[in-house]
Every structure is written in C-alpha cells, then in structure tokens.
Design a protein around this ligand. Structure first.
Ligand code: NAD
Length: 369
C-alpha cells in the first residue's frame, strides 16, 4: 500500500512530543497534502455510458476517492471531460500511453469500464503499472482470463475489486441477511431474473467476441448473484435452455433469452431468466415460513422490497459512490478486500456463466461440484 497518511500522522504526533514546534504541513508518502491524500485518485478506463452517466457523477459524491484521471481513445471526450471535471492534462491517457500511468502519483486506482473482452488486458496492465484495480462485471469472458487477472494483481501486490455495487446496497444487504440467517426458515425456491429490451443492434453487447455472450453475460450475472447471495451457497448443478429467437436478424451472434435452474446444497432450487427482448427484474425467495422479494432488484435504484411480514424499509443510496467508497476505504486502511467483491467472486460467476451456456448447448445437467 503506497498510501501512508496514517504513518505521516504518526510521525507528526511523534514529532510534537514536547516543545513548541513549527507545525509542518502534513503530507503522505508522495508529498501530497494530507487533506487531498485522504481521497484516493481513481482513473476511469473507457468513457462510455456507465462511466459517463454513473461513475463520474458518483465520484463527485465519494468521501474516500475522487476522479483523478481518464483513459480514452477519443480526443473529443478527453477535452470534454478535462473541462467538466477539472482533470489536468498530465492525467489523461489513451490506450497506447496507458502504461505510463505507472509514473503518476495522482492515480491510486484504475477502474476498467471497457467491453467485457477487454477487461483482462487492462486489469493486467493496470496491476503491472502498480495500481489497484476495480474491474466492471462480468470480470472477463473466460475463467482462464479471470485467473490471469488474479495472478497478475497478486504478483504486482495490488488488489482487484469487481464492480459488485449491490454488495454495499442496503436493500440487497437486507435480503442477504433474511436468506442467509434463515429469518423465514430455509429457502425452498428462488426466482431471480434480469432482462431488458436492448436498443442498437450494432453495439459490442451483440458481438460474441466482445461480450462473451448475450443478456446472460450482461445482466444475467445479477440473477446468478441474487440466487447466490440470498442462499449464501454455491450451486451444485445447473440445467439451462435457450428460447427460440423471435428476432433472428437482430440476434445473430448472441442469445436473445435464456433460462436456467440451479440446485443448491441445502435443497433450495432457483429458476432464472435473462433476456435482451423482455424487461424483467426480480428476486423472490420462498421459504418454509414466509417469503421476501426485491423488485426492482438489480438496477441503479431505488430498489424496493417486501416480505410476507410487510415492506422492507432501508435507506436509498447511490450504489456506485457507496461501492467505490467502501473499496477505497479498505485500500486506504491497508486492508485485504473481502472475497465477495474481488476477483475470487468474479471468477466464480464467470465459471457459472460458462456452465450455464454449456448446459443450454448440451441439454444436459452440468455438475458444478
Ligand atoms: P459502452 O459501450 O457505453 O462503453 C464502452 C467504452 O469502451 C466506450 O467508451 C468505448 O469507446 C470504449 N471502447 C474502447 N475500445 C473499444 C472497442 N474496441 N470496442 C467498443 N468499445 C470500445 O459500455 P458500458 O455500458 O459503459 O459498459 C462498459 C462495461 O461496464 C461493461 O463491462 C459492462 O458490463 C459494465 N457495466 C456495468 C454496469 C453496472 O451496473 N455495474 C452497468 C453498465 C455497464
């Protein structure tokens, strides 16, 4: 961990042991004033819709990090962003100059917000440049890539978080508690689905090589997460089915709608749908002594929940700011990030994504044990 604000503070306190002293400006290891050093500098890689509409605005709300740099292949975007967010030219990179970020003391964390197939390369390059990394979901398009990313971060002594914003979201945390603590008894059945009607058919999400697949890779991962975090268990087998394409001209490379079913060690079963042609967003758990649900369950909020006892009341937060603040707080404190938001979790999901496709293609039960 480069950030040594607490060390500087300790040195300062030690230095005021007795006599009247000239109070020095407190700085971190890079010589930055402590006030500024309390916020980690984040560089966003890829200035598409998620960066523009969600992450950059959220970085104006964060307490533990700030938008310090950008990586973009589009000069017009660089100009717009540097003006809008007061980013110095020295903190602007393109995809060729990116590796020079190694020399930039303003950037502590690189946040990779590129098409799925590009995550692995940029996470690995960021780690090699000595930066902690946050990578968007799905972590990668193959399990092998996930492992390469984990290994590269470990080798470079940098931490790797995945953009699992819901793990810090209060309604989601409440349904994790209701399920994992068996507040309504053991879970018997889960319905966990996420889908929307996709627009532009030429975008990278519709190209198998860039996206790794269709709605399953993009939003189905939330439905997988939902079933996993309400049970707190890992599925032991999966079956899956592809629905016939109703718009074959649009869905040339990726699935239009997919269904899958997990079995869990406790006996709980889940049924899920992910679609690029129909909107659905719901997480429902039926338990021995009642039920609970979130609907909407996975979007940017506000999420809404009910149980068989009444409404779920929780504060509404900005998902992205809460997630980045929590990750950066742990990084600042020199703590190891919890597995459930790191590459360990990202790789588990990618393994399941691949197993679901295998089950759908073969029509067979895929053993996950
Ligand atoms: P987007 O298409 O809006 O943006 C992608 C960015 O990548 C663009 O700025 C584009 O210029 C850049 N890019 C660089 N090289 C490219 C190439 N060869 N082909 C295409 N684009 C290239 O996508 P997005 O919606 O911002 O998604 C980016 C990532 O963020 C994805 O992995 C997605 O799954 C993830 N995401 C996560 C959430 C969430 O809630 N956690 C929400 C949306 C997107």
């Amino acid at each position: 961990m480069k950030h040594t604000a607490s060390q500087s503070r300790r040195q300062f306190l030690a230095s005021v042991g007795g006599a009247a002293l000239t109070i020095p400006t407190l700085t971190d290891a890079w010589g930055r004033p402590l006030q500024q050093a309390r916020k980690l500098g984040v560089a966003l890689v890829g200035l598409g819709s998620y960066s523009k509409n969600r992450l950059a605005p959220a970085l104006q709300l964060t307490q533990n990090c700030r938008l310090a740099g950008i990586v973009t292949g589009t000069p017009a975007k660089a100009e717009e962003w540097t003006k809008k967010y007061d980013i110095p030219q020295t903190n602007v990179y393109d995809y060729k100059t990116f590796d020079r970020i190694i020399d930039n003391k303003d950037i502590d964390v690189v946040y990779v917000v590129l098409p799925n197939s590009m995550h692995a390369e940029y996470v690995i390059r960021a780690a090699q440049a000595g930066k902690h990394v946050i990578c968007e979901k799905p972590m990668a398009i193959t399990e092998a890539d996930c492992q390469r990313m984990i290994d590269a971060c470990k080798k470079a002594n940098q931490q790797l978080a995945v953009g699992y914003r819901l793990h810090y979201e209060p309604f989601t945390k409440e349904v994790m508690r209701l399920g994992q603590e068996k507040v309504f008894g053991p879970i018997k059945f889960i319905e966990s689905s996420d889908g929307f009607r996709i627009g532009d058919p030429t975008q990278w999400r519709m190209k198998k090589a860039m996206a790794g697949g269709g709605p399953l890779m993009d939003v189905g991962i939330y439905a997988i997460q939902g079933a996993r975090y309400v049970t707190g268990e890992e599925p032991i087998s999966v079956t899956a089915q592809l629905s016939p394409k109703t718009e074959p001209q649009k869905f040339k490379e990726v699935e239009e709608t997919i269904f899958w079913q997990f079995r869990f060690p406790s006996g709980a079963v889940s049924n899920s749908t992910s679609s690029y042609t129909a909107g659905i967003e719901r997480l429902y758990a039926s338990c021995e002594k009642g039920w609970f649900e979130l609907s909407p369950a996975f979007g940017y909020g506000p999420l809404k929940g009910r149980t068989s006892n009444g409404p779920i009341e929780q504060p509404v937060v900005n998902h992205q700011a809460t997630h980045m603040d929590a990750v950066c707080k742990d990084l600042m404190d020199g703590k190891t990030l919890p597995d459930h938001i790191t590459g360990v979790e990202g790789k588990r999901d990618v393994r399941l994504l691949q197993a679901i496709y295998r089950a759908a293609e073969t029509g067979k039960v895929v053993d996950l044990k």
